[in-house]
Design a protein around this ligand. Structure first.
Ligand SMILES: NC(=O)c1ccc[n+]([C@@H]2O[C@H](COP(=O)([O-])OP(=O)(O)OC[C@H]3O[C@@H](n4cnc5c(N)ncnc54)[C@H](O)[C@@H]3O)[C@@H](O)[C@H]2O)c1
Length: 316
């Protein structure tokens, strides 16, 4: 029987992944955790407060619940990481190392650890970026993700632990706000379009980045987790592509539904980060090794986001 621990479960991915895992494997088999205390939302129960820097507490939770799988989502993202690089290093590196060490010591069967398109840097080919290419990230977040991939692969090779991970692009969702990434604009734009009919974008109009709608990301993550380990030639560095668009293109798509919507552009420090990342991603290895296929394009995603977010904001 699978007993799953999700770290960083209250974040953008964790809040939706938790619901999907509960549906698939049963409510009581998914234990959520996050650094935050006094969580009252029952959707996350059973919940354990866990700072991933506290290895002893992590061991205690794994033992208490007989955990067999860890989805390790606790992290400090790109823009937040540039504001606090030391915290980013600690949480992303020491936190990951603690998870891998506890898995080794307590024979946890599987670890899922997200990576990111932030592993790439300005020297990487920016269009249809291959999985194996120049990995010279310039942000603290990117370098923790690149080192994290290598660390995970080390635990696969050295200790035979089943560790896997996807390089997520920017994720778009309506349930939980994103937690301080460079692609957060692609979520904020929907909130502001509905609430104010206008948005000031922190990236330039023609900045194109790889993105994905959350239902695709959740489906892909579980699909990778369920693939027979022996079928995988790669483990912790899968390129994963959804849809690439510029800020102007998503604004134009929103305008089809909200004609009075207006956008202006005031780039900030995140522009430099965006300029160092790919415009589009080659995910042929994910397709070949575990059958990945994207479902949502820009049009389908925009429609679904506007429908669901409008309902959510009206109910609030
Ligand atoms: N959302 C994206 O667009 C995106 C893109 C690429 C990769 N990723 C990766 O996916 C994973 C999850 O990202 P997300 O978007 O859900 O992030 P998020 O910022 O929304 O959530 C991260 C969660 O981790 C928690 N956390 C922070 N420090 C912690 C600590 N010391 N101990 C325990 N919990 C802690 C936070 O409270 C938060 O709830 C991360 O590894 C991230 O790098 C996300």
């Amino acid at each position: 029987m699978k007993k799953i621990l999700v770290t960083g479960a209250l974040g953008q991915i964790g809040s939706e992944l938790t619901a999907a895992l509960k549906k698939k494997y049963g409510e009581k088999n998914i234990i959520t955790s996050d650094v935050k205390t006094d969580v009252t939302n029952e959707e996350f129960f059973p919940y354990e407060t866990l700072n991933v820097l506290d290895k002893a507490r992590l061991s205690e939770i794994v033992k208490k619940h007989d955990i067999t799988i860890i989805y390790h989502l606790a992290a400090i993202l790109s823009a937040a990481g540039e504001k606090n690089p030391n915290l980013c290093w600690d949480v992303n590196m020491t936190g990951l190392h603690n998870v891998l060490e506890v898995a080794r010591e307590l024979s946890v069967k599987q670890i899922i650890c997200p990576s990111s398109i932030a592993v790439f840097g300005p020297e990487t080919p920016r269009d249809n970026t291959p999985q194996e290419t120049v990995i010279l990230p310039k942000t603290m977040y990117g370098l923790t993700k690149a080192a994290g991939e290598l660390l995970c692969e080390y635990y696969v090779d050295k200790f035979g632990i089943d560790v896997r991970g996807i390089r997520y692009p920017g994720l778009i969702s309506y349930k939980t706000l994103p937690g301080g990434g460079t692609t957060d604009y692609a979520v904020e734009i929907f909130y502001e379009a509905i609430k104010k009919k206008s948005y000031t974008c922190f990236l330039e109009a023609d900045t194109t980045l790889p993105m994905m709608y959350m239902p695709d990301a959740i489906r892909g993550t579980i699909q990778l987790a369920e693939t027979d380990f022996s079928k995988l030639q790669n483990h912790c560095n899968f390129n994963f592509a959804g849809v690439s668009f510029s800020c102007a293109e998503i604004a134009a798509e929103i305008k089809k539904y909200i004609p009075e919507f207006k956008i202006d552009y005031v780039p900030d420090f995140r522009q430099k980060i965006a300029n160092s990342w790919p415009r589009s991603i080659d995910d042929s290895q994910a397709s070949k090794q575990w059958g990945w296929q994207v479902e949502y394009d820009l049009e389908k995603m925009t429609q679904d986001m506007l429908d669901n977010l409008s309902k959510k904001l009206a109910n609030n």
